[in-house]
Design a protein around this ligand. Structure first.
Ligand SMILES: NC(=O)c1ccc[n+]([C@@H]2O[C@H](COP(=O)([O-])OP(=O)(O)OC[C@H]3O[C@@H](n4cnc5c(N)ncnc54)[C@H](O)[C@@H]3O)[C@@H](O)[C@H]2O)c1
Length: 402
């Protein structure tokens, strides 16, 4: 039986650890967060994803999954730690501190014939740089270690399904690595597994998320133009998409999450002269959040003047997208915080358990205690709300009939 050490037990690492373990690998999950380690060892998933809790419980019970704050010897090392961006500069750059620390942490346990897999989204060239570092610091020879970048393309909310059903790409630092690591992924993946070199795989991942950002930016730009014209953007998109080769996405109050809002910067900062459309898309999507705040503020002013009152805002949705509990980089959360500075506000997000910023209310309480309803995230629970005779603003197309 192969042993596998998964570094980073977050949205990607924990489902990956569960999957390896389910397929019969002996898995050690490693995280620097001691709460995560303790919860996983009790069979509890700190991440809310459909069916993940049951999988973790079963794997821990079966003795195939353990968690620790320190790595150990294994045949396969999978690294899935965060790769955020450094804020502050005009063009944010990737911050590889977590990734480098994770690689350093496994070095004392690496031995000949081991496979090292990077799943963290990385700038082009990172896997080869980390491979050189491993060779330099461990004294192992280049042909003794297999290494590849294997990007993840799961959809939050469907991670446990997509982690084994999506097509996978293995970007080896050499052909031997690609072939060996492909065999590992063929055990956990029910779909096609393709191989390429590590730089191509790194660029593929960044291209995928930049493409999504760009397409959302188009929808968001169209929504701002439509608004100026007094035309319903959702009607425009519905009719436009009748064209057999056009498929415009839905506008939103901005782009959030740990991937699409960050990853394009990896390419923009590496190629500032070339990545013009990507840069513009980032700017449009960031601006859409500011635009939404301005739109809401103008509406509030109108209501105040008309009714001579201080309206209470009911804010529906705080997460970065519909039907998940993930608040990372959430534009809705940013808008909510901004509105709360100047207005009486009530918040409702059925997916969020703990949000230090707000008290979370039920849909019913929020409806009955607010005067203006503001829909920022199209959670399924909100679709049943009766908006007849209510003052409302919809920034997520929740009441749009497609
Ligand atoms: N979340 C997604 O949907 C998604 C999809 C594709 C790719 N990715 C990429 O996968 C990577 C991980 O993302 P995530 O969403 O799982 O992040 P996450 O924040 O949910 O989890 C990362 C975990 O790594 C731990 N960690 C940090 N440094 C560590 C270290 N040195 N040793 C051990 N543990 C460490 C953290 O405590 C955390 O629990 C990122 O590069 C991300 O861009 C994420």
């Amino acid at each position: 039986m192969h042993s596998c050490c998964v570094i980073g037990l977050g949205y990607i690492g924990l489902p990956t650890a569960a999957l390896f373990s389910k397929k019969g690998f002996k898995v050690l999950g490693v995280d620097i967060n001691l709460d995560t380690v303790s919860q996983v060892n009790k069979g509890i998933s700190p991440i809310q994803e459909p069916s993940l809790q049951d999988e973790i419980q079963n794997c821990v019970k079966a003795g195939n999954l353990k968690a620790s704050s320190k790595p150990h010897y294994a045949d396969i090392f999978v690294i899935a730690v965060p790769t955020p961006i450094k804020l502050g500069s005009k063009i944010p750059e990737p911050d590889l501190t977590f990734l480098k620390n994770a690689v350093k942490s496994i070095m004392p346990f690496l031995k000949s014939d081991n496979s090292v897999i990077i799943e963290s989204t990385s700038p082009v060239g990172t896997t080869k740089d980390l491979f050189s570092l491993i060779i330099e610091k461990t004294g192992l020879k280049e042909n003794q270690i297999f290494m590849a970048y294997c990007p993840e393309r799961v959809l939050p909310g469907r991670i446990m399904i997509e982690i084994s059903t999506n097509k996978r790409l293995i970007g080896g630092i050499n052909n031997e690595s690609s072939l060996k690591i492909k065999e590992i992924y063929k055990v956990i993946c029910d779909s096609e597994v393709y191989i390429t070199d590590s730089e191509t795989a790194e660029l593929v991942k960044l291209a995928e998320n930049s493409y999504r950002d760009l397409n959302i930016a188009f929808a968001n730009e169209l929504s701002m133009i439509s608004s100026k014209l007094g035309i319903d953007v959702n009607k425009v998109i519905n009719f436009t998409n009748h064209h057999p080769r056009v498929n415009i996405l839905r506008p939103s109050c901005g782009v959030g999450g740990h991937c699409i809002a960050l990853d394009p910067w990896f390419l923009i900062s590496q190629f500032p002269e070339d990545a013009n459309i990507m840069h513009m898309s980032r700017k449009v999507n960031i601006y859409k959040t500011e635009w939404t705040i301005k739109k809401i503020s103008m509406f509030i002013e109108k209501v105040k003047n008309k009714f001579n009152c201080d309206p209470i805002l009911g804010i529906f949705g705080l997460t970065f997208k519909a039907n998940v509990n993930d608040l990372r980089e959430s534009p809705a959360l940013k808008i909510a915080k901004e509105l709360a500075k100047e207005n009486k506000t009530i918040f409702c997000d059925p997916y969020v358990n703990n949000c230090i910023d707000f008290i979370n209310h039920s849909v019913e309480d929020t409806l009955s205690n607010s005067n203006i309803l503001i829909f920022l995230v199209a959670h399924q629970e909100f679709k049943k709300i009766n908006i007849e005779n209510k003052m409302y603003l919809d920034f997520c197309g929740i009441f749009d009939e497609i």
